[in-house]
Design a protein around this ligand. Sequence first.
Ligand SMILES: *Cc1c(COP(=O)(O)O)cnc(C)c1O
Length: 360
Amino acid sequence: MTHASSLPPRPATFVVTAGRPARTPDAPLNQPIVPASSFIAGGPMEYAREDAPTSEALEQVIGGLEGGTATVFSSGMAAANAAMDLLPMGSVVVAPSAAYTGVAVRLRELDRIGRISLRIVEVDNTAEVVAACTGAALLWLESPTNPLLQVADLPACIAAAKAAGALVLVDNTFATPILQTPLALGADFVLHSVTKALSGHSDLLMGALVTADMALAEQVRGRRVLLGGSTSAFDCYLALRGIRTLALRVERSQSNARFVTERLQSHPAVSRVRYPGFGSMASIEIAAGPAAADAVCGRTAIWTHATSLGGVESLLERRRRWALESTTVPENLIRLSFGIEHEDDLWADLRDSLDAASAL
Ligand SMILES: *Cc1c(COP(=O)(O)O)cnc(C)c1O
């Protein structure tokens, strides 16, 4: 096959072209759904917990986007637990204070039972992250963080961790490989909740762990085989179908986020806007407090009051409604996940709801 240019295809092209059957006469354009637990002996595929055609096609797309070998898991948390499981007993793990709730709770649980020793840092305080890396086995980064949108200096933090002999994992769920590729910056692992922007339609749960190191990739695959967090062919098909439009969706949802957050800055009901300047996630604080924040979430017609993010539909949520949410997250904070609707409709809907809340 010849390319229009000698350069490797850009991500917007790669998401469309990768993970498809070989171009032979009468081959289907799309990777078929192959619902099989077991495969005829003699080839590389034996049993679907190890490998299967539909998940492999998806892994080619995710791995190629991030610049490594991807292994998909039954959820982002299954992928996160696979990474945690690679650590020797008693390993020091450096992690963000407000990481994804499930990750933060699980790391604290592992610390409590003596499985790891946890050091909590603010990822936007580079000096603190660098100092914490001494003696660490793993630096766990999330950038931007959920839901405070703190941004880590990834090159500096990764370099410090590598110098200290630590592995580095970056949860790239918020930025997506369209906006940031941590393996190219020296990270050892990239984690994704494929549930979010990569699949993009809020219709499945899936995770991925990507690494450019072949030995680590084998260990990761071993975690799926032994811990059992494998995926279904049907979900892999949906994720593959969803990821075809990743670049388009990120472009649109990011421009929606820029448009709306700019206008939110001057709305009297909003005391603070957190938007890192890129990506499709933002958080706002409601001046009148948590009850008014709940009212804002309950009044929108286009925005849906629901958890999760990265789908085609815009979602908003007061994060502290969750008992396990970090207490560093303000009670009046609403997280916004921008979808791909028209920017004027998104702004008008949110503005009307904020106007009503400020009139309370
Ligand atoms: C949702 C999420 C996870 C967990 O993924 P699941 O697919 O829900 O298990 C991990 N990290 C981040 C940043 C997330 O948003």
